[in-house]
Design a protein around this ligand. Structure first.
Ligand code: NAD
Length: 353
């Protein structure tokens, strides 16, 4: 296992390829030291080969000594939200990973891009298409790469399922079902607020929408129907607890989507002319596995999804190759989510432009 300290050492090492010096490991600064950054991303950065935790941006001074002690972060690599733009002058930081509430992704992703740093941005990308475009434009203008934190797309069993679009082991697809939820969640803080990007659809539904797209390899052209279900009205005053939706593709295929923070459904199932395959759970930090109607098991093991995701994203920067989860992917998902909300509100089908 690589430690943060050996990671920092790796940063000093450079390989010469074609006369150009390349870093072997990129310095990452995390913006927002909440649950996901603390419990998943920072620990994963101890396991990555091509990225290491070099800095933090936080509005909570009490967290700074804890993070410095645990990850060996230098004083000069600690920022707050007001000083964050000064990362531009810090050569030890190559990437800024935005892990704040969804409504703030755009603000901090744009500051990072303007500082000339590559941007990793958590899902869902932003609240609306205009905000997604702002992030894409800022990254393009400042010539930095942008990757979305869709960890499932890096996961090997998910990759196997994606490959079936091409190999078609059971012929033509006849239906798709994507359910992404967790049970019993009570919305806390920003997750209970609509204006902050709270609710099931943004938080968990984005996985179902993304999965429908990666399972089919197509973008839907219409929300056939959508509705919100609130079982606990005292807790869900502003945001959706459960959302059910149906998407239609140009070739007539229909996909059913389900998301909830009150029910535990978690699967991606594709039915085809002569068989089926599915992942269940389709999205969890561990144990994403699948099966096919012919008995083939999809059970490749990945020790740490986030480390795999960040190594892939770092290698795309180091080798200047395409990222797996670009801004266009995040933006399309948000366009579909906006159309799902519009359909639920109007009770009518909504075309996805
Ligand atoms: P969290 O509430 O635990 O952490 C958010 C952090 O942002 C906190 O440190 C908070 O102090 C900071 N922050 C800065 N400005 C804030 C403001 N104005 N209001 C509230 N907090 C503010 O949330 P989280 O669970 O860590 O989620 C953060 C992001 O990560 C979200 O976009 C979420 O969708 C995403 N996420 C992704 C995954 C995944 O599996 N890819 C899992 C969990 C969360």
């Amino acid at each position: 296992m690589t430690s943060a300290y050996t990671g920092m050492y790796a940063c000093q090492q450079k390989a010469t390829v074609g006369g150009t010096e390349k870093k072997k490991s990129l310095g990452v600064a995390i913006v927002g030291l909440g649950y996901y950054a603390t419990d998943l991303i920072a620990p994963a950065l101890l396991q990555t080969e091509h990225a290491h935790l070099a800095g933090v941006v936080t509005g909570s001074p009490e967290k700074i000594p804890i993070w410095q002690e645990k990850y060996g972060i230098k004083d000069q690599n600690v920022y707050n939200y007001e000083t964050m733009h000064r990362i531009a002058d810090n050569e030890e930081i190559d990437v800024v990973y935005v892990i704040v509430p969804t409504a703030l992704h755009t603000k901090y992703a744009v500051i990072a891009a303007r500082a000339g740093k590559h941007v990793w941005c958590e899902k869902p990308m932003a609240l609306n298409v205009a905000q997604c475009q702002e992030i894409i434009d800022a990254c393009h203008k400042n010539k930095v790469k942008l990757s979305l934190g869709y960890r499932m797309i890096h996961e090997p069993n998910t990759q196997a399922l994606i490959s079936y679009q091409e190999t078609k082991p059971f012929g033509k697809m006849t239906s798709v079902l994507a359910e992404s939820s967790y049970a019993g969640g009570e919305p806390q803080g920003w997750r209970a607020k609509k204006a902050m990007g709270g609710g099931a659809m943004y938080d968990m539904g984005v996985y179902a929408v993304n999965a429908i797209r990666y399972a089919t390899g197509m973008d839907p052209i219409e929300v056939v129907s959508a509705r919100h279900i609130i079982d606990r009205p005292a807790l869900f005053k502003e945001v959706d607890e459960t959302t059910v939706f149906q998407l239609r593709f140009r070739n007539g295929l229909v996909a059913d989507g389900f998301t909830s923070v009150g029910k535990p459904n978690n699967q991606l199932r594709v039915d085809c002319e002569s068989g089926w395959y599915r992942l269940a759970p389709m999205q969890s930090y561990h144990g994403v596995v699948g099966e096919r109607s012919d008995g083939v098991q999809m059970n490749a093991f990945v020790e740490n999804q986030q480390a795999l995701q960040m190594d892939n994203d770092a290698l795309a920067i180091i080798n200047d190759t395409a990222v797996k989860c670009p801004g266009s992917m995040g933006k399309k998902d948000i366009q579909i989510i906006e159309s799902i909300f519009a359909s639920a509100e109007s009770g009518k089908s909504v075309a996805i432009a």
